[in-house]
Design a protein around this ligand. Structure first.
Ligand code: FCB
Length: 467
C-alpha cells in the first residue's frame, strides 16, 4: 500500500487557458487574438480546427465550476484573454470582458475555489501584432496597462497572480520555429520577444502590486531538464546548450538579474545576436525583471536528452521505448520533475513553487458503457505526484499542484487531436464526460495525497520512484 500524504494546506488545482477553452470568439465585445488569426490560415492547425467555440466555457462556466467543486479543487488556474479586456490591445476597455471574469471569480469563490489567474497565455490582441507584437517594446508597456486594469477590477478577490505562461513557448515556438502564432521564423526577433515578455512581466508585477498589494505575484516557466545522452564532453555540452536556451535564458534574468553568458555566446555563434551587447536591453530592464517574486509557477511535462551528432550539431534524441511516450511523443519521465524542482530550488531559491501544469495526452475513447478508462494518464499523474512528494521531502518549498487540464481542449497547433483532459468534451454536444482520471484525482485531493495499492507500471527498475 502506497500512502503518500502532502503537507497540510497543500493546494490542489487544475489548469486551463482562455484561448483553449472559452470560445465565445465573437461575443461580449472580444477582439481578435493572434491565435484566431493563425488558426484562420490553412495548414497551421493540424486538424483544420479553430477555437471560435472551443469548449464553450464562455457560456458553460457555471457547469465547469460545479465540476471543479465535485473534484474538490482548492484552486483553479485559468487565464484572462487580453482581447476580451482590450479588444484593440490598449486604450478602450471592454467592460463586458471584465464582467465575464468578475462573474467567474465570484462563482469560484462561492464554490470555495481560489481563482489563480494568468494574465497572458499567448493570446495577444491581433491589433498589437499588427504593430509589431512582442518584437516591439511598446507591447510590454501595453501589457502593464492591461495588468493594472484587470488587477484594479479583480484584485480584491484574487490571492495569486501569474503574469506570463511559458515565455519560452511564446518566444521560440511563435517567432523562431513558427509552430505557434504569429508563426515567424526569425531567431533574432525571438530573442527580442523573449526580452519584451520578461520586461512586461516585471512591469506588470509592479502594476499588480500597486493595485492589489496583498496578492502574491509570480510567473510560470516551462521547465525542461536536459540530460546528456552519454557522458561524453560533447553530449554534456549539448545538454548545457539546451538548458541555457530553454531554462536559464528565462530563470537567470528573473532570479539573478542577468542573461546567462554561455547562452549569449551560443546565440552569437549561431548568428542570432551580433555582439555581446544585447541590442534590446536598456538600463533598468534587468532590475524590473528581477524584482522579488512571491512564487514561481513551474510547468513540467517531459525532459530532453541531448547529443552532439557527427557534424557537431546538438540534437535531441529519443531514448524511451514507444510505450513510454505520450500521444505528443513526449517521454514519460517523472524523475525529471523531481530533478527540476531540486535544481530550481538550489540554483534560484524561489520563495515558493507551484507546479502550475503537469499532465499527459492520450487518445482516450468512450467505451460502450459511456466510460473513459485512462489508466495511462492516472499512472502518469500518480508517478509525477510521487516525484513531487519526494522533492518536498528533500526540502523544496512546493505549495501546490495543478493538473493540466481540467478538460480536453484546443491544443494549439494540434487542434483537438491531443487530449490532456481529466474530462472529455463531446465534439457535438460539448457535454463534459469525466474520465477515470477525474475520479482518481478527486480521491487524491480528498486524501491529500496518493493512497493506492498499485505499483508504478510504466517505468523500468532503474527509474522507479523510491517508495
Ligand atoms: C503547455 C501550455 C498549455 C498546454 C500544455 C500541453 O506548454 O502551457 O497551454 O498546451 O502545454
Amino acid at each position: 500500500m502506497t500512502r503518500r500524504l502532502f503537507p497540510d494546506g497543500f493546494t490542489w488545482g487544475a489548469a486551463t487557458s482562455a484561448q483553449q477553452i472559452e470560445g465565445g470568439r465573437f461575443e461580449g465585445g472580444r477582439g481578435e487574438s493572434i491565435w484566431d488569426r493563425f488558426a484562420s490560415i490553412a495548414g497551421k492547425i493540424e486538424d483544420g480546427s479553430n477555437s471560435d467555440i472551443a469548449c464553450d466555457h464562455y457560456h458553460r462556466w457555471p457547469e465547469d465550476v460545479a465540476i471543479m467543486r465535485g473534484l474538490g479543487l482548492d484552486a483553479y488556474r485559468f487565464s484572462i484573454a487580453w482581447p476580451r479586456i482590450l479588444p484593440g490591445g490598449r486604450g478602450q476597455v471592454n467592460d463586458a470582458g471584465l464582467d465575464f471574469y468578475d462573474s467567474l471569480v465570484d462563482g469560484l469563490l462561492e464554490a470555495g475555489i481560489q481563482p489563480f489567474p494568468t494574465l497572458y497565455h499567448w493570446d495577444l490582441p491581433q491589433a498589437l501584432q499588427d504593430e509589431g507584437g512582442w518584437g516591439e517594446r511598446d507591447t510590454a508597456k501595453a501589457f502593464a496597462e492591461y495588468a493594472a486594469i484587470v488587477a484594479r477590477r479583480l484584485g480584491d478577490r484574487i490571492g495569486h497572480w501569474a503574469t506570463h505562461n511559458e515565455p519560452w513557448c511564446a518566444a521560440t515556438l511563435g517567432h523562431e520555429e513558427g509552430h505557434h502564432a504569429p508563426g515567424h521564423l526569425d531567431p533574432s526577433e525571438a530573442l527580442r520577444v523573449a526580452h519584451h515578455l520578461l520586461l512586461s512581466h516585471g512591469w506588470a508585477a509592479e502594476a499588480i502590486r500597486r493595485e492589489a498589494p496583498a496578492a502574491e505575484v509570480g510567473i510560470v516557466h516551462i521547465h525542461c531538464p536536459a540530460y546528456p545522452a552519454t557522458d561524453s564532453r560533447h553530449d554534456r555540452d549539448a545538454a548545457r546548450w539546451f538548458d541555457g536556451l530553454f531554462n536559464r535564458w528565462y530563470l537567470d534574468p528573473i532570479f539573478r538579474g542577468a542573461y546567462p553568458a554561455d547562452a549569449i555566446a551560443d546565440r552569437i555563434a549561431a548568428g542570432h545576436l551580433e555582439g555581446p551587447e544585447l541590442p534590446f536591453l536598456r538600463e533598468g530592464d534587468l532590475d524590473a525583471i528581477s524584482a522579488p517574486l512571491d512564487f514561481l509557477g513551474l510547468n513540467y511535462y517531459s525532459r530532453s536528452v541531448m547529443k552532439a551528432d557527427e557534424d557537431g550539431k546538438r540534437v535531441a534524441v529519443k531514448v524511451a521505448p514507444d510505450d513510454e511516450l505520450t500521444q505528443m511523443g513526449w517521454e514519460v519521465f517523472p524523475q525529471g520533475l523531481h530533478d527540476s524542482l531540486l535544481r530550481v530550488h538550489r540554483d534560484y531559491a524561489p520563495r515558493k513553487i507551484y507546479v502550475t501544469e503537469n499532465g499527459a495526452a492520450y487518445d482516450d475513447r468512450v467505451d460502450n458503457e459511456g466510460r473513459i478508462a485512462d489508466p495511462k494518464r492516472i499512472a502518469y499523474l500518480r508517478e509525477h505526484l510521487l516525484a513531487i512528494q519526494r522533492a518536498i521531502s528533500d526540502g523544496v518549498p512546493l505549495a501546490g499542484y495543478f493538473a493540466w487540464s481540467l478538460m480536453d481542449n484546443f491544443e494549439w497547433g494540434f487542434g483537438y487531436k491531443m487530449r490532456f483532459g481529466l474530462h472529455a468534451v463531446d465534439s457535438e454536444t460539448l457535454q463534459r464526460i469525466p474520465k477515470d482520471s477525474a475520479s482518481w484525482y478527486r480521491d487524491v485531493i480528498a486524501n491529500n495525497g496518493v493512497v493506492d495499492e498499485s505499483t508504478p507500471t510504466i517505468h523500468g527498475e532503474s527509474r522507479a520512484i523510491d517508495l
